[in-house]
Design a binder for this molecule. Structure first.
Ligand code: MLT
Ligand code: MN
Ligand code: ZN
Length: 303
């Protein structure tokens, strides 16, 4: 299985258009030890020919341009694409807006939970995905589905919340099962598998048990501390309020995954406010000492 991190940042990317936080400002002035990141997405393949996108970010056009594996075959048909499936883990803008960049006739299957499909169906702009090319399929929970080329995905619900643009229709931060999914990707040929959980509000006992002994976990790395957007003057929201567990602290992801014997742990969906984006920061050193990697755009993992 080949996993390419095509976008490693949270919503807004790094730098974010309107953000003058220390990280964004230092990246713009070219300070060493900081690298730009596009919004949250993976490309995954078992056979190296058919690819699945895990989430479709607003930066998808740029991400495809930077990833030759996702280009039409050289000398192939006038219109073709190796992208055969798109799997959505939630309905957030940073994970769905890229669908609009797949509207020119690419034939793929769009997998998502029932509530996320309902959110897309309620937004007429997504009708631009012609049903003759794009099949919409509900991802079952707890049952693997073959995507393409010997790659399967099994979805499971994790703690989270509805997309920001749906919050008006429910209580703030409310959630139903399936608003936020984690997935397990498996190469049906080799048996290799990896978990992708780019949004997660809490690691409960069931999730911890699921991740035990995993070969690879790509996990929600939005914030380092729950109140970092407040203390930096960027927002009035905590990570908890946004549906994201923090990296640090006794209830954080580093503590929650310690002792689960995961071979490789990697943070994805990293917000521009997060001090781990600075390669020389104490927080980055702490994360690395705890056995975690910080994903960057273009990173490739073979399992
Ligand atoms: C999130 O991960 O919390 C969302 O992507 C936020 C947003 O909609 O910008
Ligand atoms: Mn997000
Ligand atoms: Zn910023």
């Amino acid at each position: 299985m080949i996993i390419k991190v095509i976008g490693s940042a949270a919503g807004g990317g790094f730098p974010q258009a309107n953000c003058n936080c220390r990280n964004c400002a230092d990246l713009r002035r070219g300070l060493p030890g900081l690298r730009p990141r596009t919004q949250s997405s993976l490309a995954v393949s078992a056979d190296g020919r058919s690819w699945a996108l895990l989430n479709a970010s607003p930066d998808l056009r740029q991400q495809i341009a930077a990833t030759p594996e996702l280009w039409p075959e050289a000398g192939g048909a006038p219109r073709s694409s190796p992208i055969k499936a798109v799997v959505l883990t939630n309905g957030d803008i940073d994970h769905v807006a890229g669908l609009l960049s797949l509207r020119e006739g690419i034939a793929f299957t769009l997998y998502a939970s029932a509530p996320v499909h309902a959110a897309l169906a309620a937004n007429a702009i997504f009708n631009v995905l012609d049903a003759r090319a794009v099949r919409r399929a509900v991802l079952p929970l707890g049952r693997p589905v073959e995507l393409a080329g010997g790659l399967s995905v099994e979805a499971f619900a994790v703690a989270g919340k509805v997309a920001l643009y749906l919050e008006g229709e429910t209580a703030p931060g409310a959630t139903h099962d399936g608003d936020t999914l984690g997935v397990r990707l498996t190469d049906l040929g080799s048996g290799a598998s990896a978990f992708y959980i780019p949004a997660c509000a809490a690691v409960d006992a069931a999730l911890a048990a699921r991740l035990r002994n995993a070969a690879l976990v790509l996990f929600d790395g939005t914030l380092y501390t729950d109140d970092e957007m407040i203390t930096q003057g960027l927002s009035s929201k905590t990570g908890r309020r946004m549906g994201h567990i923090s990296m640090s602290g006794s209830e954080g992801s580093i503590a929650a995954l310690a002792g689960l014997d995961v071979q490789r742990k990697m943070f994805v969906h990293i917000n521009n406010s997060n001090p781990v984006l600075r390669e020389d920061s104490p927080q980055r050193h702490a994360v690395v000492r705890a056995g975690w990697e910080v994903a960057h755009d273009g990173m490739e993992i073979r399992l």
